[in-house]
Design a protein around this ligand. Sequence first.
Ligand SMILES: [Zn+2]
Length: 431
Amino acid sequence: MIRHMIAIAALGLAAPVLAADEKPMAPVTIIKVGNLIADPAKGASGPATITVSGGKIIDIGQGDVVPSAPEDHVTIVDMSEKTVMPGLIDLHVHLTGDPGGDFWKQATEPTEWGVVVGAKNALLTAKAGFTTVREAGSSQYSAFSLRKGTAQGVIPGPRIIAAGPALAIVGGHGDTTGFKEDINDALASGYSCTGAVECAAKVRKASRAGSDIIKITATGGVLSQQGRGLEAHFTDAEMTSIADTAHSLGLKVMAHAHGARGIEAAARAGIDTIDHGTFADEAALRAMKANGSALVPTLMAFQGVSEGLGKGIYTPVVENKIRETLGSVGKAVTMAKKMGVPVAFGTDAGVFGHGRNAEEFALMVRHGLTPREAVASATTLAAEVLGMEGQIGRIANGYSADLIAFDGNPLEDVTVLENIDWVMVRGRVID
Ligand SMILES: [Zn+2]
């Protein structure tokens, strides 16, 4: 088509009006791959050529089949010295926040500031090789705005699956605490709830506002000012109501949970992922297995907070809670693997600096996952957890063109994923 038009132009004719069934050639990117890992379960398969158009992978050829004189709508990307893999997926990030900072800043910083911080962090996250993230809690529209920005290519960043505000109990983790009651009320997100009926209503409200997933804080949490422990905060009836209502709307539920009985209750209620899962014991993991809940361990969160201990960053109530958790970090991962509970990749970036997400891989391996399992946890398995296994998490025809390139073999040494050289999200190169 383009050659045809150029020939006509050379004859001095006016550019032809395209007939209704003719379209100009869509831009095509051809990536020369040194070593392809299309699916971590299948291993590396050597040199390949990936063709991308319209944001999707449209062809995968074995070996170097790049045309020597490509047409003018074709861009060639030379990754012939690199390993190319599907983009990584982090199931637990907080793009709108950075680590540290005094808790009272929530009373002084406008919510719009979160979008500015989030745009910066979206770029850092994408450059680290993460092409999809699950945003695990933000003020009402910050993450939704970022989601639109990266989807449309207005700002560079990963695909964002956004929760919006987390559902919490009054005074629990996720509600505003630490101020006078009138200030707590003024700063509240509007998503705390009491009783099955009100909690169902808040799920529907989150759905109406645009949540892709429902986040709940099923137990107490470490970095909030609430000092009421780390066990179950919602009742069984409330959690069941939240899970059933979300599922009826086609939404999954992710639960922040530390205490064992809170984890068990959340799994019994039908909640899809247990995030952190710090004190998970055998009974809790058995309930997760029976329900099909995945564990998202966020080991980097604990790494991040331990780096900040004793430096005056955290209030005494928070420091106490941090110390309570540190002895148990990673034990749930080891036990989950033994019991056949899926372990999916999530970091809690925002609790530590964005862009360090891939350091989680080494921690997962330290607690018993094989490198192959760790890589799958951030690709094929994470895609399944999102219900997006037909779109992301592998390199296959028709899948989103979410690709990363780097040196080395992560199926032998996961730390090679801490240095990513090239990233494409939805067919757009991040630079
Ligand atoms: Zn979190």
